[in-house]
Design a protein around this ligand. Structure first.
Ligand code: AMP
Length: 451
């Protein structure tokens, strides 16, 4: 099938052609005809499937008929994060280049004044995060009475982030005679319930999400102590085949720490987390897309939905606390049939999250050791039941030459830092029995030991 078969306007076909897109993706093929028919739609698809164009393209053609009124947008797209909202806005610019539609972006970090001016003139498309939209609404800057198309994107993420009460409030201000499109990467019961509440007799379309155990992604893990993580990260990023990487941390504060640590060691790194102002976030993302920075340290929320192509590596600096986040994280590599790598750091404390992650990964995460890094040989600690003592003493048991070699390679400048990753080895099979941990045997060891 080609885009021509989807009854889209000549102007859209021209814009698509210039972009080099001839064939719709499965979600576009399924969704576009129903959106053009003015049906409500519940789409199960995640970022990377071409989901954005599946609503942006038909919306452009629908909105081409009619005119915007002052402060009364004709369509509204709700996004959970600023970056996603900005990406949707870019899609409107890209595909709508031969149409004369107006749009406004209501997201945190952009001054109210600027957005007010746009709203004053009247917009066809309003793209917003829920909180910011409510702020504007409460200030009387925007009225939602004329919204004819409503898109609730990434509904499951809205739910995770606690935005549903805000979404509910917003929907209650939009006339019921409207077309509503809702997209979600997953369809848990709560989302189905929301769909019943917000949509009217929707057409349901679904495309399969990228699998966590995609053949194109090599999944590995390294067992180590928390204080070894930064060194291990430098070691991995110095690998010859690492062209660029996303590094995920569970906590915002660690995003900053890891970013600063990489910069200190001469890595071209940037950071992305929810507390950064919009300008810095956009600037960092642009630099990353232009290859001015090669490593991006981020939190799950900040990275959600970002369209960053050609990622060779994903490093989970921490084991994600939710197994779904693991799928989202590693889905940033091994895209479009290319080979990708995902490496997860696991400390004893994080062992409790590993079980769930291994289940969703269907056991595909193989343990490796990094030269000079990792948990010490277990026998050495048979007489040391305290895991704290074990941690404190760990470096003593690492061969001194191993450590200095790694440190040397990591502190060199970038061009000389790249080395062969022969230091990455599949780990020896676990010993038959483990002694010395007493009651503190971590969960991840318990699951891998054969008795
Ligand atoms: P999305 O899932 O909307 O984030 O889109 C993921 C990526 O696919 C974006 O870089 C889009 O530009 C790209 N894309 C969208 N539609 C198509 C298409 N029909 N053919 C090729 N690439 C596409």
């Amino acid at each position: 099938m080609t885009f021509k078969d989807l009854s889209l306007s000549e102007e859209l076909l021209r814009a698509l052609d210039e972009r080099g897109y001839q064939n719709p993706t499965p979600i576009q093929e399924q969704a576009i005809p129903y959106v053009l028919m003015a049906r409500d739609l519940l789409g199960c698809a995640q970022t990377g499937t071409g989901k954005t164009a599946s609503f942006v393209l038909p919306m452009i053609d629908i909105l081409d008929q009619g005119r915007a009124r002052m402060r009364m947008p004709r369509s509204l797209i709700l996004e959970p994060t600023r970056e996603l909202a900005a990406q949707v806005a870019e899609n409107f610019d890209l595909y709508g280049k031969y149409h004369k539609l107006t749009k406004a972006l209501l997201i945190g970090g952009v001054t109210f004044g600027e957005q007010d001016k746009l709203l004053d003139r009247g917009v066809d498309v309003l793209i917003a995060t829920p909180g910011r939209l409510l702020d504007h609404f409460e200030r009387g800057n925007v009225l939602l009475n004329d919204v004819k198309i409503l898109v609730i994107d990434e509904a499951d993420r809205m739910l995770d982030m606690g935005f549903i009460p805000d979404v509910d409030k917003i929907v209650s201000k939009i006339p019921p005679l409207r077309q509503t499109l809702m997209f979600s990467a997953t369809m848990p019961k709560e989302i189905k319930k929301l769909a019943e509440q917000f949509l009217s007799n929707p057409k349901e379309v679904a495309v399969s999400p990228p699998s966590a155990t995609a053949d194109t992604i090599v999944q590995q893990m390294v067992m180590l102590d928390a204080k070894q993580k930064r060194e291990a990260l430098r070691d991995i990023l110095s690998g010859a085949e690492v062209k660029n990487a996303l590094i995920f941390c569970n906590r915002k504060k660690d995003v900053g720490l890891v970013h600063r640590s990489l910069m200190r060691h001469g890595f071209k790194a940037g950071a992305l987390h929810g507390d950064m102002d919009q300008f810095s976030r956009t600037e960092t993302l642009d630099k990353f897309k232009e290859d001015k920075i090669e490593y991006l340290v981020c939190s799950d929320v900040a990275a959600r939905g970002l369209d960053i192509p050609d990622m060779t590596h994903v490093v989970n600096f921490d084991v994600p606390m939710h197994d779904e986040d693991y799928v989202h994280r590693i889905g940033r590599t091994g895209r479009a049939g290319r080979k990708g790598h995902a490496i997860t750091f696991v400390t004893e404390e994080e062992g409790k999250y590993l079980d769930a992650v291994q289940i969703i990964a269907k056991g595909a995460i193989k343990e490796i050791t990094l030269k000079g890094i990792g948990k010490p040989k277990l026998e050495k600690f048979q007489d040391k039941p305290s895991s704290n003592r074990r941690t404190r003493n760990q470096n003593k048991h690492r061969p001194a030459n191993d450590r200095s070699e790694t440190m040397k390679s990591a502190s060199n400048n970038h061009s000389s830092r790249k080395h062969s990753t022969q230091t990455l080895k599949e780990k020896d099979p676990p010993p038959e029995t483990i002694k010395g941990f007493g009651d503190e045997t971590p969960a991840f060891l318990r699951t891998t030991v054969k008795t």
